[in-house]
Design a protein around this ligand. Sequence first.
Ligand code: AMP
Length: 572
Amino acid sequence: MKFFELSEYFQRIEQTTSRLEMADLLHSLFERAGADEMDKIVYLTLGEILPPFRGVEMGVSERLMLEALSKATGIKLKDLETAYKKTGDLGELAFESIRWQGRSLEVSQVYKELLDIAQSRGTLDKVMKLISLLKGLSPLEARYAVRVVIGRLRLGVGEATIIDALSLLSGGRSAKELIERAYNLCSDLGLVAKRLKEGGLSALEHFKIQVGYPIRMALAERVSSVEEIIRRLGRCAVEAKYDGFRLQIHKEGNRVEIYSRNLERMTEMFPEILSAVQKDIRFNSVIFEGEALAVNEETGEFYPFQVTIQRKRKYGVHEYAKEYPLVLFSFDLLYLEGEDFTVKPFIERRRKLEEVIPNSNTLRLSEMIITDSAKEVENFFEDAITRGLEGIMAKRLDAPYTAGSRNFNWIKLKRSYKGALADTIDVVIVGYYYGKGARAKLGIGGVLVAVYDPQTDTFKTVSKVGSGFTEEEWVRLKHMLDEIRLDHRPARVDSILEPDVWVEPRYVITVNADEITRSPLHTAGRTLEEPGYALRFPRAVSFIREDKKAEDANTVEEIIRLYQLQKKVSVE
Ligand code: AMP
């Protein structure tokens, strides 16, 4: 496929306001793509060069892009800067300033050049390659290539949308299940698309876990009492819930990679874990998971999350590793010596994990009991809380590892759930309001926020949030939102309210609320007969959560469950 044709698709996708039409466009795009370019087209559509776990970044600042654009077009840098200040969109600026019609390059050729830019080290090298790329592109192509380079494609296409379009390609419900399964096992949608195009559904039936491709993490549901845990799981495993970084470790011989909950590559951030895995694990190939947190070596006590989080850094890694060494509490085994463990029952995985993890200083096993007594669970919970842990995690003994899904195979109980709605909720910002009164001078007075509905792959509003941020944070937030503003409602946002400015659903914030109420103004949980759900007295308790993607916001279903929990609590 020519890159020009891909750009035309991008243009149409960008303009649509319907989620269904978006999937149709993608379907037609995938139909026309060749097998060897499928992966590249999928990455580019998501605005990426490679999946995030590969840890390849473009490393091109706006400044660098302006320079390259100036050199490629012969337009003075100053003039470009002025024009850029007006539009705020480098893609648009490239579209307007490039004159020639290009040589009509193949997608694979443009992709190769983009990858080459990402992989070159020096700034000068990058600029030279950018210039040569821009010189080969027509205005429309340049618009999208530039946006990819600076990480702002904003097509509004999510992974679920791509999966839907890929299922249309092969037809039927089972197609979707197979695609999702393969994606859950490798986190590389491009790879899955390519295999599908090459070998059809049967290629996906035989899809296997590979070391170096993170498995999408299993997540936990929540409940509000120990009784409910026993009611749901019966005899089960109960573990301490550690509040740190969830890490998935991949080891093949001496090669080790570490991935975050978000499936980003974090290998260099945790040198002590890296070397402990290399030194202490005797098996050749293994994938396992655990929670890493800073422990005070003098007292053996856990540091609070605020301390652990400081280890998430690019610079000063070794100094901080000395000051706040991490302990990895391992809790699951996913793969060992060529064998897929995700399909085995939890208890079998755990027993094997006990053989794999040596219980050294850095690598330990999560504390665990097995019980069917609510009283014992209660004691374990109280003890965990007293020792500064977050709560407990209960696990169904016979459940497989359900990659990429949240269900009651794992149940978390934190202290705060035991009260009324003391729990926080993660929501995604879909728009903002200019604000009145004192806030008007900031140009932002509140944000419209939504939760995720995985069934329809849309974002449904639950609240307007106008408090919790400092003045400086509001200013920063407005700046960040302006960079992703859209002139129409995003295709995947379902809303009755109309904010002053729509933005691409990208940023997640954590909010607190007094309770959840029913409201005709919001679309979360709304049906033909019933009103939606809304947060009462919401306030932000975090700035943007960099560790969460829009789809990691809480779901509509979770809001409904919280609503029901809260009803239960107030009756008691
Ligand atoms: P939450 O982030 O509140 O949904 O809780 C789930 C998270 O708890 C997981 O993603 C892990 O990062 C973390 N966690 C801490 N201890 C454990 C444990 N023993 N088993 C599983 N997950 C744990």
